[in-house]
Design a protein around this ligand. Structure first.
Ligand SMILES: NC(=O)c1ccc[n+]([C@@H]2O[C@H](COP(=O)([O-])OP(=O)(O)OC[C@H]3O[C@@H](n4cnc5c(N)ncnc54)[C@H](O)[C@@H]3O)[C@@H](O)[C@H]2O)c1
Length: 272
């Protein structure tokens, strides 16, 4: 990899790096010289990393314990946080919202104040969250809540808008990315997200189950005509975390092979 992207000497935290996009990202980070990678996941990654902290991103006690370990006395500050862990709606909506939204928000807000200025936060959202403008008021209502239990109660009390949890959780991540951009600049940081269309990872069969083959194949065909690889997404994540993206903040970057553009331009028929 060219010297334009250099993660040597940077402390990088990644959630969800056992498989899929996160595992591909670890490989790319290595190529970019990263020598201090901390992974938070339920499962220990097979690739070699400097630290693995077993963490359930849906559980506040587990997240807080991970933060305490990351920020232990004498530990260097974090430069880059990748909020990548996520689950599909094959799990209950409550779990999906805890892992994909509430846990992501909690980890971000606990780490951000002590991160090194000049660093970056990059979230893995989804094109499934593109319809956030339809629910902005509700999303802001949830994101304004600080307490974990209050957030969980909000989810339970808004079952209609939350639905199966997946799209709404990713709408929340896209909005959260924009909401936090101002706060990030105040700390000398940037926050952005990557929004993948279907990616060939262990999660894809779960999306086929919950969203149907018809929708998934339509999204693939309407875009690049091939399913995205984990590396396609990892490259975009790496870019947003790097100094090449030094003036990019509060952006939800569609990494969808042109799927969104084709829809917006009316070039593809909606399925069904
Ligand atoms: N695969 C797709 O088609 C697709 C499309 C759009 C967005 N995404 C998003 O990409 C991200 C990565 O998913 P992927 O496709 O690589 O799937 P994946 O299942 O390979 O990766 C998800 C990772 O998160 C970890 N994880 C799951 N639950 C966790 C929990 N409670 N606590 C901590 N870690 C947990 C898993 O162990 C795994 O390492 C997710 O946020 C997902 O929503 C995926």
């Amino acid at each position: 990899m060219s010297g334009l992207i250099d993660f040597a000497g940077k402390r990088v935290v990644i959630t969800g790096a056992y498989s899929g996009i996160g595992a591909a990202l670890v490989e790319l980070l290595r190529e970019a010289g990263a020598d201090h990678i901390v992974v938070l996941d339920l499962k220990q990654p097979e690739v070699n990393v400097e630290a693995f902290i077993e963490t359930d991103m849906g559980n506040p006690v587990s997240i807080d314990a991970a933060v305490a370990q990351i920020n232990a006395e004498g530990a260097p500050a974090v430069d880059v946080l990748f909020n990548n862990a996520g689950v599909a709606a094959t799990l209950p909506a409550d779990t999906v919202m805890r892992v994909n939204t509430l846990g992501l928000k909690r980890l971000t807000e606990h780490l951000l104040p002590t991160m090194n200025s000049g660093g970056a936060i990059v979230n893995t959202a989804s094109v499934a969250g593109n319809r956030w403008p339809e629910h902005l008021q509700q999303i802001n209502g949830l994101l304004e809540i600080n307490g974990w239990d209050e957030g969980v109660s909000w989810v339970a009390g808004n079952a209609e808008v939350v639905a199966d949890g997946y799209s709404f959780s990713k709408e929340c991540v896209q909005v959260y990315t924009m909401r936090m951009a101002k706060t990030a600049t105040q700390h000398g940081l940037r926050i952005n997200s990557v929004c993948p269309s279907p990616v060939d990872t262990p999660l894809l069969p779960a999306f086929r189950e919950t969203m149907t083959d018809e929708i998934i194949d339509w999204a693939i065909d309407a875009g690049a005509g091939r399913v995205a690889t984990p590396e396609d997404q990892a490259r975009a994540l790496l870019f947003l975390a790097s100094d090449l993206a030094s003036y990019v903040n509060g952006i939800n970057l569609m990494v969808d092979g042109g799927f969104g553009a084709a829809i917006q331009m009316g070039q593809v028929a909606l399925p069904g």
